[in-house]
Design a protein around this ligand. Structure first.
Ligand code: GLA
Length: 366
């Protein structure tokens, strides 16, 4: 007999409807903590398919945008919930030089008519099946995903061994730990592309969510959404999130950067006293539900994307179309186009070095 306590640990079941070319099966895994928060993850793309957290009255809702089956993720997704690799965000012209050699990657994105490489290419880490292992440590439940990205995959050099571990802790944190090593120098910038709506997915736009970002500088972009290389002060711009305010406040501003991004879609250089320390990067508060999400990271940057490309053509888990700006992303990362930007923190992993990165999404109410 299946005891309820079994559900309180880790539940694994096969998703219906997957049509995977890969030999391995896509499965979903549920994590539940002692406070009844839940997260569901599939090993297809490491996608976080559900995040179920309470509001201030103890009512639980799924705050992660996404679908009910792997087949739908395979059909069309703007990276809902997925692991992004090898390189999160854009690489100018899909090309970079490393150790004297020029590498040409696929150009799979064309913002404002300018072609570039985005989020690891046409079959990035978001579109492959990972091996999955349930783990536990100090009474907390986790899921460890692993894979080898072979030398030349999507044009990147080196065999790269990667693990991504998800934990749902009893402090109501969804903690993501990334680790990797390589046998040739390679750009590496891993992140997670979850879209959140703290009212619950499918419940309208995120424009009235209150955001703060702990950053005095951001990386302005050109028309092709590639950083100019400048670290610009946020003061007196729509990018000053040091004082919390609504996501919608300046979203239709005529500021050139907002025009280029079609709204908010920018990388922030986080204020940190120690590089690589795990610090609070951003806080989001949704006034009607009282839900609060804090983002902590060891990364130097965070991409705040206000779901500008959602256009109602994708239908979510509640059969409700995801309209423009019905979810937001806070993608912790090294800065976009780092392989071509010598002044940015290096995003190159060398043989013999271990890549590590931690991001926490912490949930509470107010
Ligand atoms: C990132 C980018 C956006 C967009 C989305 C995916 O967040 O910054 O410009 O490409 O991914 O739609």
């Amino acid at each position: 007999m299946m005891r309820p306590s079994l559900f309180a640990t880790l539940l694994c079941f096969t998703l219906l409807g997957g049509n995977l070319a890969d030999a391995q099966k896509a499965e979903t895994f549920q994590l539940q903590n002692d406070n009844n928060l839940k997260a569901e993850i599939t090993n297809y793309g490491g996608i976080i398919t559900k995040i179920i957290v309470p509001d201030r009255n103890g009512n639980f809702a799924d705050i992660a945008l996404g679908y009910n089956s792997v087949a739908e993720y395979q059909k069309a997704t703007p990276y809902f919930g997925a692991i992004i690799g090898r390189f999160g965000n854009r690489i100018a012209n899909g090309s970079f030089k490393l150790e004297g050699k020029t590498y040409n990657l696929v150009k799979n994105n064309e913002p404002n008519g300018v072609a570039c490489h985005l989020h690891g290419g046409t079959k990035g880490f978001d579109k492959v099946v990972w091996s999955a292992k349930r783990i536990s440590k100090n009474g907390e439940k986790g899921l460890m995903l692993a894979r080898r990205s072979p030398d030349g995959e999507e044009g990147y050099p080196g065999n790269l061994d990667v693990t991504v571990t998800y934990w749902l802790t009893n402090s109501n944190e969804l903690r993501i730990e990334y680790a990797a090593s390589t046998d040739k120098a390679t750009p590496l910038n891993l992140t997670n592309h979850s879209y959140f709506n703290l009212k619950g997915e499918g419940n309208g736009t995120i424009l009235d969510h209150i955001l703060s970002i702990n950053a005095s500088r951001f990386t302005p972009v050109n028309q092709g959404l590639i950083p100019t290389g400048e670290l610009a002060p946020v003061g007196n711009t729509p990018f000053d999130w040091r004082t919390p305010h609504s996501i919608g406040r300046d979203i239709d501003s005529k500021h050139q950067q907002i025009v280029y991004g079609l709204g908010h879609d920018h990388n922030f250089a986080l204020d940190k006293s120690e590089p690589e320390s795990l610090t609070l990067a951003a806080t989001v508060y949704e006034p009607t539900s009282g839900r609060v999400m804090e983002v902590l990271t060891t990364e130097p940057g965070i991409q705040f994307y206000s779901g500008n490309f959602l256009d109602g053509s994708l239908t979510g888990k509640k059969e409700i179309p995801y309209e423009r700006r019905s979810g937001f992303c806070l993608e912790t990362q090294h800065f976009p186009d780092s392989p071509n930007q010598p002044s940015f923190p290096s995003a190159i992993l060398h043989p013999g070095d271990e890549y590590t990165s931690t991001t926490i999404y912490r949930f509470s109410t107010q």
